[in-house]
Design a protein. Sequence first.
Length: 69
Amino acid sequence: MSDQKGCVKCGCTTTTQKEIATTGTGLSKLLDIQHNKFIVISCTDCGYSELYNKKSSTAGNIVDLFFGG
């Protein structure tokens, strides 16, 4: 595990957070049912983004993962 803190692309230490919902495959895609929810953490400097499954952990833990904490 790396000791690097900050964005893996540019080293910036500030982020934005958004939530998105997407369709799956098959019937949910056909009916446009957006049941897959993700948190998107983006670097405010270069825009590099990572998606995290919303039900996997809290936002604070996700930001720690983005920064390599």
